[in-house]
Design a protein around this ligand. Structure first.
Ligand code: CP
Length: 321
């Protein structure tokens, strides 16, 4: 029996998860990191189960790592995007979900440009639903993989100063990370131009800054965000050149952080806009590729936990080499 009963049927966001639930996901993900590194090891945990990745927005990391996670656990995985589906013929999100539901899908992973769309869909289907990112709302598995990366490097989350820099206004990654890091006892700061800071962001329990050097002072973790041009109507920054000058991470600004501060970015990166290329590729400090690796393990852990009810009598991890 798991030490902490996971109380949620779906994974729609980090908000509402307890510290114990987050820790359980991270602990299980640790085991999958080792399993993945051994290579060739495959679990039969989800043998006979079907998982559909339903993506209404583009993705490289999230979709591929969910696909790998499902396949490494033995599930049959189908990828669907709005481009190649009947959504193009005018079918609604809910009709698409109800159609997949009729085929007895076990797990639906959904990415959608509208905040709240994944929750809406989860109310209409019998399958487990996992949020692969909904609008500006949440991207829970991104925050979990970020937490796993930090915990493995720093040994803890509690008490760390984590500075999230960039387009906080449009970022579901920022929102999920703020919820998770606050729940786990980290100190969270956000840094952005005033146009890209949500009003009353302090109510989320963060310190807000508009000066990079002040926001980065003594930070343990520097988390950079992309300018989400696809969610912007109108101009939020005068030019990308000017944005880089004041808010792009380069070695000069990074000097304000702790000497062993980790550099993180959820990807995709816009080099020369929010981050200098050399800083992004600084293998002593940048853990951007490690974040991608942790993504597979975290998604395997989430799949294991959320499908417990489906597998009520099955052992928690079966390994078939
Ligand atoms: N970090 C992230 O969600 O990347 P993708 O858009 O490539 O999935």
């Amino acid at each position: 029996m798991p030490a902490v009963p996971f109380r949620h049927r779906h994974l729609l966001g980090i908000e509402g998860l307890s510290a114990a639930e987050i820790s359980e996901i991270l602990d299980i993900a640790e085991q999958y990191v080792e399993l993945n590194r051994r290579g060739g090891a495959k679990s039969a945990l989800l043998r006979g189960r079907t998982m559909v990745n339903l993506f209404f927005e583009s993705s490289t990391r999230t979709r591929t790592s969910f696909e790998l996670a499902g396949k490494r656990l033995g599930a049959d995985v189908i990828n669907m995007s709005s481009e190649g589906s009947s959504v193009k013929k005018g079918e609604t999100l809910l009709d698409t979900a109800i159609t997949l539901n009729a085929m007895h899908v076990d797990v639906l992973v959904v990415r959608h440009p509208e905040s709240g769309a994944v929750k809406l869909l989860s109310d209409k289907v019998n399958s487990v639903v996992m949020n692969g990112g909904d609008g500006q709302h949440e991207h829970p598995t991104q925050a979990l993989l970020d937490a796993l990366t930090i915990r493995r490097r720093k040994g803890r989350l509690q008490g760390l100063i984590v500075t999230i820099c960039g387009d906080v206004l449009h970022s579901r990654v920022a929102r999920s990370n703020i919820h998770l890091l606050n729940t786990m006892g980290a100190r969270v700061r956000v840094v952005a131009p005033p146009t890209l800071l949500p009003g009353a962001i302090e109510r989320m329990g963060v310190e807000a800054h508009t000066d990079m050097r002040k926001g980065l002072a003594d930070a343990d973790i520097v988390m950079m965000l992309r300018l989400q041009n696809e969610r912007m109507q109108g101009r939020y920054v005068p030019s990308t050149r000017e944005y880089f000058r004041f808010f792009g991470l380069d070695y000069e600004k990074l000097d304000a952080a702790k000497p062993d501060a980790l550099i993180m970015h959820p990807g995709p990166m816009n080099r020369g806009v929010e981050i200098d290329s050399e800083v992004a590729d600084d293998f002593g400090r940048s853990v951007i590729q490690e974040q991608v690796e942790m993504g597979v393990a975290v998604r395997m852990a989430c799949l294991e936990i959320l499908t417990r009810a489906l597998r009520s009598n099955a052992p928690s991890v079966e390994v078939a080499n």
